[in-house]
Ligand binder design. Structure first.
Ligand SMILES: [Zn+2]
Length: 442
């Protein structure tokens, strides 16, 4: 009898422990989930705070900036954007619109935009005008930003007291802003501090990324200047991202100045000498080669079955020099399975190129070595899974292979003759504007 009680007690104990463990597991999972959500939300908050900070600073910067907005009346518009995971309805409720108004505004906006896609990136500028006699809301103006376009929606009451939406094109004004800074922390953070928006900083980094390795090249104490055109709506106070007109990075031993210019092949950035800053990758990184197999599905010559070919093959004689498709850093080199002797060159944060089946590498190749466009990095061979000597060439965009022949990169432009003369005139005008903004800032 006593033995039996012990058995039951033990059994119960095990059962309880089991329950406890299951419970704990669920509890832990929940915690993990909450933790993930918390991290996500805190990243969002941090981003938002950084954005707000940058905006506040940019407002200070524009006040300090010499060019004055003609009418400096404070805009009666209130602006706000939906919070993380907030629906349009909740957002409007938070902005003190009543049920009827929300239903109407939602309907009106949905004529122009899929309201499910509205998120915190869509900034709204509100202004509610009330009828003096009835006290009723007579007009609601909304400016929304979406798909890179700005739309102004005027919501007006018709004779039946229903709201009607009318889309009005935004007529934006322009002003030039000059900022300068010294790197203490990183180009990114220090540029935010002087009032450049995240958008503009990313743009600048992107433009320079073909020539400057930001991870290695930037040192504290180095300086930068940027002049950009900011467009804004006078009525609401809405300010858009702006366009970089001029930038100078006094980094890695010298000023690297860039100027925006409308060149025949399209608007782009040029250095002082009139050479395009952006460089295209070489489409044929072997001299005198022909394409023997393009990008796409094909029957594999060795494996026998249909396989996706994620590169381009160039038939060339064994030992033909292989050239780096662009300036960059050697990220990988060595034997890599079917690829044989393989090199991966990283050109910037987005683009890398890979070279396979090499007979041998060029002298001095090592991981982390910087290479110039056109520099010999190796020689054509048939190492790995290859039937004959050829170069297998891949272009990686954000870590994934893309078709090199469909590469749409802005070609490297070099201005000459009359174009160069015109460019020099534009460049000098920009320099003058920069100089005058600089003087007024002091
Ligand atoms: Zn291939």
């Amino acid at each position: 009898m006593r033995f039996r009680t012990l058995e039951i007690t033990l059994g119960l104990l095990c059962f309880t422990l089991g329950l406890f463990l299951i419970g704990y597991d669920i509890y832990e999972e929940n915690i993990q989930e909450h933790e993930n959500e918390r991290i996500e939300a805190s990243i969002e908050q941090e981003e938002e705070a950084a954005l707000e900070e940058a905006e506040a600073m940019s407002e200070v910067a524009s006040k300090e900036s010499a060019i004055h907005i003609a009418s400096d009346e404070p805009a009666a518009f209130k602006h706000d954007n939906p919070r993380y995971k907030e629906s349009l309805q909740t957002f409007l409720r938070r902005n003190k619109y009543d049920k009827k108004e929300i239903s109407f505004i939602t309907k009106a906006i949905s004529q122009y935009y899929d309201i499910k896609k509205i998120d915190r990136k869509n900034r709204f500028y509100f202004k509610r005008i009330r009828d003096k006699e009835s006290g009723m809301l007579s007009t609601v103006k909304i400016i929304m930003m979406f798909d890179g376009a700005k739309r102004k929606l005027n919501l007006v009451r018709d004779e039946n007291n229903n709201f009607v939406a009318e889309g009005v094109p935004l007529k934006l004004k322009k002003k030039s802003i000059y900022v300068q800074g010294t790197i203490k922390d990183s180009l990114y953070r220090d540029a935010l501090k002087v009032g450049l928006s995240k958008y503009l900083i990313n743009k600048i980094i992107q433009i320079y990324s073909f020539s400057i390795d930001f991870q290695r090249g930037v040192k504290p104490g180095e300086t930068f200047e940027v002049m950009y055109d900011k467009t804004y709506d006078e009525e609401t106070g809405y300010v858009d991202d702006g366009v970089v007109i001029y930038a100078a990075l006094y980094i890695a031993g010298g000023p690297a100045k860039i100027y925006l210019y409308d060149a025949p092949k399209g608007q782009d950035y040029f250095n002082e000498k009139g050479e395009g800053v952006r460089k295209a990758l070489l489409r044929t990184p072997v001299k005198g080669a022909r394409i023997s197999s393009g990008y796409g599905r094909r029957r594999h010559p060795i494996l026998g079955y249909t396989k996706m070919h994620r590169g381009v093959d160039f038939a060339a004689r064994r030992g033909s020099p292989i050239l780096a498709a662009g300036d960059g850093v050697i990220k990988k080199y060595g034997r890599l399975g079917g690829y044989g002797n393989y090199i991966l060159v990283q050109h910037n944060s987005e683009y890398s190129t890979a070279y396979a089946h090499m007979h041998k590498y060029a002298k001095g190749i090592s991981r982390g070595k910087r290479v110039k466009q056109g520099e010999v990095i190796g020689y054509v061979g048939a190492t790995g899974r290859a039937t004959a000597a050829h170069l297998h060439y891949e272009v990686h965009y954000k870590g994934k292979q893309i078709n090199p022949q469909k590469l749409k990169m802005v070609p490297h432009q070099v201005l000459k003759g009359k174009q160069l003369e015109d460019y020099v005139t534009v460049r000098d005008i920009i320099d003058d504007v920069v100089l005058s903004l600089k003087k007024r800032k002091r």
